[in-house]
Design a protein around this ligand. Structure first.
Ligand code: ADP
Ligand code: ZN
Ligand code: ZN
Length: 720
């Protein structure tokens, strides 16, 4: 009897391995990747077969329990995906069942099946007296393969019952229709430019399997994706196009659907179960297609993946913030490698990780340096808020922004106002010299904890009492900082009572529909001013926007996260792209207390290379990615002293576990948001060299196994 190695679908310590079960003859041939029900303890459990062995690995006297039944009549995962799950468990320090679970959509797990299209055919002989049934049989005899719809069109609505009767009688058979619509490609209305042609040729010649395609918004990157997709589809391949969740507006995918009317599928969190199941089975049945997907689409069961496009590859929404805490870009690249598929990473402002890989020639580097049709980039105007204060302006809006908004509204143009973050008031800033108080060791801003009136470093726990005067310029104009979208809205209402205002942040936009409604309303000119967080900075095309105001650039700049400079730079460059998209010339006003900061300086000149140069230096010096590996460990508990004690215990254990490895332990320290839902949270940060990433990862995984309250995030993006 053959033996199935089964991973049980429960993410607890102790079950995190495979268990051996005998395969009863009637269940053979049982394939790897099939979901099964097995006995476990005194009960039953579900699991996935990860291997099949010819004989038991255990001594003969050990009795092996048998698989009870198979849950689906086919394997849900391929060998390639099982392999990916093992890699994820290691890379992201999670349990194997967690990784496996992420790969099978819940609709498929619950047995939802896609609607099937049936085709009908008459069989054998049938000579009965004339009736609807006999007419139908004869018609089907002449029209084999007709669909239900075709039958009804010819023979009327009553034919439904007649088909059922004929099926029951056995003189008609129904067959599932698996054929996909033929590939059609619509023509391009213009010629591709030289840069686009160069990029497409390089990708087709496959000098590299992975490419960074760097080009500002509107430089024609999507046309490059479409051209490469065209070739892949002609060859019958499958392609995955990942886009940030928020960019999954119809506007984005319509471009793809227009070019390939029969071949584009869209995968996102708002889909109904049946639609999900349909796409999932289509891909599993090897149909050639382009799937445009948000993060989770990276786990679709591809069989012939030939191309992966990751648009806006720098977007942090590709990182999942619950277990398994994967990064869709890394998973996609890993999958593409298994298939030998090409990867295109598209961005105007590439992540430091990707940009570094391109500089080191680990991946190819293609550039689209110009906007198509010579459209110009808008003018960026940086306002020094320290001078505003000196001049007696204590409001949220500078003189320059007030004038710009006022004149835009007079002309009937639209205005976008961004806050870099939602209103956190978590750091202390000197309004006279613009310095935020930072950690002397970690290149992050200290976090303000109001309960103790202290500033603490969230990485290494360096701390000081909140000073009364600025350590740099000795001014007393030092205070904690924050403005929420509501406050900005109130100010706009006060200054321009007639303006029609809309607010867009995570509180006001909770669903895809509300997001889309907001988008349409503003696009159709039914509002004059849109106030929002960075979520409105991306991918949106509003031709009537004349002014973009970044109300408080410092808020993102001083987030306690080593990527805060990078994110601010990206946001500023992206918002620049939001102004002047149509015939209305655009201008951007950036308000900051820190105009000297390199992220702001280089954003104003739109100088991606200069920014990255400085970013690389900082990261190399402090061994942050891509020059080192990083993990965030979190301990939380309902009582503050126990959570902290536990954190110290974990840190002590880590100290001996990591001894002799090139790794540093920082903390424990209070999380910037110390208390969430009545739980106190403490963080430990672990850094290592790239060379020792795997060995450190194994130690962390074992440590996580010993402390149920500990959760580990590899390559963290959300450090609050
Ligand atoms: P990106 O993806 O870099 O933002 P797109 O591919 O969306 O850029 O191109 C921006 C706009 O320019 C689109 O409306 C597109 O149809 C148009 N476009 C792209 N390439 C060309 C070209 N070679 N000639 C004229 N228009 C183009
Ligand atoms: Zn100062
Ligand atoms: Zn520090």
């Amino acid at each position: 009897m053959r033996i199935a190695e089964v991973v049980i679908d429960r993410s607890v310590r102790g079950l995190d391995r495979s268990w051996s079960y005998a395969i009863p003859q009637p269940l053979e041939p049982l394939a790897v990747g099939t979901r099964v029900e097995v006995p476990l303890g005194n009960g039953k459990a579900q699991g996935i077969v990860v291997a099949v062995e010819p004989a038991s690995p255990l001594p003969a006297e050990v009795e092996i329990k048998a698989v009870i039944r198979v849950l689906d009549p086919y394997p849900v995962l391929t060998e390639e995906m099982l392999d990916l799950a093992r890699w994820m468990a290691e890379r992201y320090v999670c349990y194997l069942p967690q990784a496996l679970k992420a790969m099978v959509p819940s609709a498929v797990r619950r047995g939802v099946r896609p609607p099937v299209k049936w085709r009908y055919r008459a069989t054998g002989q049938r000579h009965k007296r004339s009736s609807l049934k006999q007419t139908l049989w004869e018609w089907l005899h002449d029209h084999p393969g007709a669909t239900r719809q075709e039958i009804q069109q010819t023979l009327g609505d009553k034919s439904g019952a007649a088909i059922q009767a004929l099926l029951a009688e056995g003189s008609v058979v129904a067959e599932e229709d698996h054929a996909s619509a033929p590939l059609t490609v619509t023509d391009l209305p213009y010629d591709l430019n030289e840069d686009q042609v160069r990029a497409i040729t390089a990708i087709r010649e496959r000098r590299f399997n992975q490419w960074l395609l760097e080009g500002v918004t509107g430089s024609g990157k999507t046309e490059v994706y479409l051209a490469v997709l065209d070739e892949i589809l002609q060859q019958g391949g499958q392609a995955l196009v990942l886009v940030p969740e928020i960019a999954l507006t119809p506007q984005t995918w319509e471009r793809f659907a227009q070019r390939f009317p029969n071949s584009v599928q869209v995968w996102h969190s708002g889909l109904a179960d049946r639609d999900r199941a349909k796409i999932w089975f289509d891909i599993q049945h090897d149909r050639p297609a382009v799937v445009i997907a948000a993060r989770s689409g990276v786990f679709l069961p591809f069989r012939r993946l030939r191309l992966v496009v990751i648009d806006e590859e720098q977007e942090t929404s590709y990182k999942q913030d619950e277990h398994p805490r994967y990064h869709a870009r890394d998973v996609a690249i890993r999958r593409a490698q298994s298939f030998g598929a090409t990867v295109i990473l598209g961005s105007a402002t590439p992540s430091a990780e990707t940009a570094w890989a391109a500089r080191e020639e680990k991946i190819g580097w293609l550039k689209l340096p110009h906007r198509v049709m010579q459209r110009s980039l808008p003018h960026m105007n940086v306002v020094d808020m320290r001078q505003e204060l000196e001049g007696g302006n204590r409001g949220i809006f500078s003189q320059a922004l007030t004038v710009a908004v006022g004149s835009a509204l007079d002309k009937g143009h639209q205005v976008l106002l961004f806050l870099n973050r939602r209103g956190f008031s978590t750091f202390v800033l000197c309004r006279a010299c613009g310095q935020a108080i930072g950690c002397p060791h970690c290149a992050v801003t200290l976090t303000y904890h109001s309960d103790q009136e202290r500033l603490r470093c969230h990485y290494c726990d360096f701390q000081i009492p909140v000073p009364n005067e600025c350590p740099t310029c000795h001014s007393s104009k030092i205070r904690h900082f924050g403005a929420g979208t509501e406050r900005v809205v109130a100010e706009v209402e006060r200054l321009w009572p007639k303006a029609r205002i809309m607010r867009a942040d995570r509180d006001s936009l909770t669903t895809r529909d509300s997001y889309y409604t907001m988008y349409r309303t503003f696009l159709e000119g039914k509002a004059d001013v849109l106030v929002g967080t960075q979520m409105i900075a991306k991918g949106m095309d509003f031709p009537m926007v004349a002014v973009v105001g970044i109300v408080a650039a410092d808020m993102g700049l001083h987030f306690p996260d080593f990527r805060s400079g990078e994110r601010t730079f990206q946001l500023l460059v992206q918002s620049g792209g939001r102004a002047g998209r149509g015939s209305v010339p655009g201008q951007v006003v950036v308000q900051t207390y820190n105009p000297e900061h390199y992220a702001i300086q280089h954003a104003v000149t739109q100088d991606v290379q200069a920014f990255l140069q400085q970013e690389f230096e900082m990261r190399r010096e402090l061994q942050y990615p891509p020059f080192g590996s990083l993990w965030l460990l979190e301990l939380s508990g309902p009582a503050e002293p126990t959570a902290l004690e536990m954190a110290h215990e974990v840190a002590r254990q880590l100290a001996w576990r990591l001894e002799g490895l090139e790794a540093t332990i920082l903390g424990p320290s209070a999380a910037p948001l110390l208390k969430i839902r009545n739980h106190f949270r403490y963080h430990i940060l672990v850094k290592s060299t790239l060379a020792q990433e795997a060995r450190v990862g194994i130690q962390l995984s074992q440590c996580q196994g010993e402390f149920p309250e500990l959760s580990v995030t590899a390559d963290p993006y959300f450090m609050l």
